[in-house]
Design a protein around this ligand. Structure first.
Ligand SMILES: Cc1cc2nc3c(=O)[nH]c(=O)nc-3n(C[C@H](O)[C@H](O)[C@H](O)COP(=O)(O)O)c2cc1C
Length: 325
């Protein structure tokens, strides 16, 4: 599949998640075969960029292309300026966030709240597309509430204004994350436009990815929460789609090595103090899949230093291996 000049190695992509899809996690998911991995969203207000958090969100050092930066905002000229600056800083695709129901964004009629104002949506998309010479994509929901599912109209507006791919989360803004994602509206969106469409929402296994691709006719799928603590899901989905069978479960030593490398990347990206805190979150997700390991998980998320965090993790694996031998 192509987005603008970029040929994607896989049509399975990582969903942007603020607080999760930092550079180390994006690189990890790309290594496991995610075709694209957008950055955490960045406010279009450039006055807010002079903070360590924003600077980290704009850091793409060592990240494989195409590098996608997601921007969120409500003002067409600010969005255009934010897009331009990110392209100057190395973004190869700009993704516009009209899918996030987060308060901080929506207080300013941004994210999915924008879906209430289709004329403004058109002005933003038009302005951003015109301001950069890289592809611009749009991430959105099925509408702003269940009585106003204007996802198909938004998709047509997007296509008419030069957007080159869409990702549709099968919930409305009012749904937040409640209930199950519905993919009927996603199917209707795919049928209404010619640009590539990615289905998103509650895709948590290779089988579910295959089913959603079949049912919606979409060009690809986007996976968010199911990749937390399981970045190898992209490899599992790609394998299943190409071979029609499931990949063997990863050996514990392999999982240990993935976690170890991930933690080391976090320490070096954030520094020791923040790195340990961010690592706790990922450790909790990794350990979700290890019932019976709650005590170890609880210990790991209280540790204050990288050395101790890493040693405790590795020792626990050694102990398990000795017990199994
Ligand atoms: C912690 C978290 C942060 C998120 N941050 C963003 C974001 O910055 N931009 C965005 O477009 N969507 C964001 N989302 C929504 C996801 O991209 C995705 O649409 C949603 O989680 C549904 O997909 P899933 O069921 O595969 O998780 C976020 C979701 C979560 C759980």
């Amino acid at each position: 599949m192509k987005i603008g000049p970029h040929t994607l190695q896989s049509n399975i992509m990582l969903a942007p998640m603020a607080g999760v899809t930092d550079r180390p996690f994006r690189i990890l998911c790309r290594r496991f075969g995610a075709g694209l991995a957008a950055s955490e969203m960045l406010s279009a207000d450039v006055r807010l960029w002079d903070t360590p958090k924003s600077r980290r969100r704009m850091d793409h050092c060592g990240e494989p292309g195409p590098r996608v930066v997601q921007i969120a905002g409500f003002d067409p000229s600010m969005m255009a300026e934010a897009a331009r600056r990110n392209v100057d800083a190395g973004a190869q695709i700009i993704d516009i966030n009209m899918g996030c129901p987060a308060k901080k964004v929506c207080n300013r009629l941004a994210g999915s709240a924008l879906l209430q104002d289709e004329a403004l949506v058109a002005r933003i998309l038009h302005g951003v597309v015109r301001s950069v010479d890289v592809p611009v994509t749009l991430k959105t929901r099925t509408g702003w509430d269940r009585d106003h599912k204007n996802g198909v109209r938004i998709a047509r507006i997007a296509e008419d204004n030069g957007i080159q791919a869409l990702a549709i989360h099968g919930r409305t803004r009012a749904d937040l994350y409640q209930g199950e994602a519905e993919h009927e509206t996603v199917t209707a969106v795919k049928a209404a436009v010619k640009i590539p469409v990615f289905a998103n929402g509650d895709i948590d296994s290779p089988q579910r990815a295959a089913q959603i691709l079949r049912e919606t006719g979409c060009d690809g799928v986007m996976i968010g929460r199911a990749a937390q603590g399981r970045p190898w899901i992209f490899d599992e989905v790609n394998f299943f789609l190409s071979k029609g069978e499931s990949r063997a479960t990863l050996a514990p030593e392999k999982v240990r090595d993935i976690m170890r490398a991930h933690l080391e990347d976090l320490y070096s990206f954030y520094g020791d103090e923040t790195g340990v805190r961010v690592a706790r979150k990922h450790l909790s997700w990794y350990f979700r899949q290890h019932p019976g390991q709650e005590a170890l998980r609880n210990r790991l998320v209280q540790i204050e230093t990288p050395q101790e965090q890493l040693c405790t993790l590795l020792e626990s694996y050694d102990t398990r291996a000795q017990r199994a031998a």
